[in-house]
Design a protein around this ligand. Structure first.
Ligand code: FMN
Length: 180
């Protein structure tokens, strides 16, 4: 089972648009896939107490991460890094074992020309620290407001083809590293 994490809780986010297209790609390949939209996280996690006992409404989100074979993290560039909402979600997951036997693939997005490379590399550091298997084939989407105008227009671009190629490669990577 694969889980896509759309890495921001901003409304009208391009990360969510891309995450939904990635979900379609994995489904078309016959894979079971979930999508986590960080806007759906329960408000109760944003309390000091949540570092201890997790609210029960958080459990389905936690399960989608720890039971996944592969995570696809879509990381937008916010202030030269990944969105704080994504890091906070990670901080709410069980420490230290949330990403044991989990592989992670990364997609970077930014309004600017550096296409989220800083966001992805910061997240690679975090997931690598937590023992996840890092898929080396990353995809970067620059100029988000030009490139991601509509699904139809984006599907005609080489960047969309890269997402399809990345999915094939990630499925193979997960099977090799974690078994079929
Ligand atoms: C708080 C915030 C900080 C941002 N910082 C950057 C940045 O450092 N570099 C950049 O290229 N774009 C930056 N952006 C633009 C995002 O990269 C852009 O919105 C992009 O579409 C991906 O994020 P989204 O999923 O929110 O749409 C920022 C956007 C927000 C909301």
């Amino acid at each position: 089972m694969y889980t896509i994490i759309s890495g921001t809780n901003r409304n009208n986010s391009k990360s969510l648009m891309v995450s939904k297209l990635i979900e379609e790609i994995y489904k078309a390949k016959g894979e079971e896939v979930n999508l986590i939209d960080l806007r759906d996280l329960p408000p109760a996690i944003y309390t000091p107490e949540a570092y201890g006992e997790k609210p029960k409404e958080f459990q389905p989100f936690l399960d989608k991460v720890v039971n996944a074979k592969g995570l696809i993290v879509v990381a937008a560039e916010y202030n030269g890094s990944a969105p704080g909402a994504l890091k906070y979600f990670i901080d709410m997951l069980p420490y230290p074992d949330a990403f044991e036997n989990v592989a992670v693939s990364f997609v970077g997005i930014a309004a600017g020309q550096w296409a989220g490379i800083r966001a992805v590399e910061h997240m690679q550091q975090v997931f690598g620290y937590r023992d996840a298997y890092l898929h080396p084939k990353r995809v970067f989407l620059p100029n988000s407001y030009g490139l991601l105008t509509s699904d139809e227009q984006f599907k005609e671009t080489p960047e969309y083809t890269r997402l399809e190629t990345q999915a094939d490669s990630f499925i193979q990577f997960c099977n090799q590293v974690l078994g079929e």
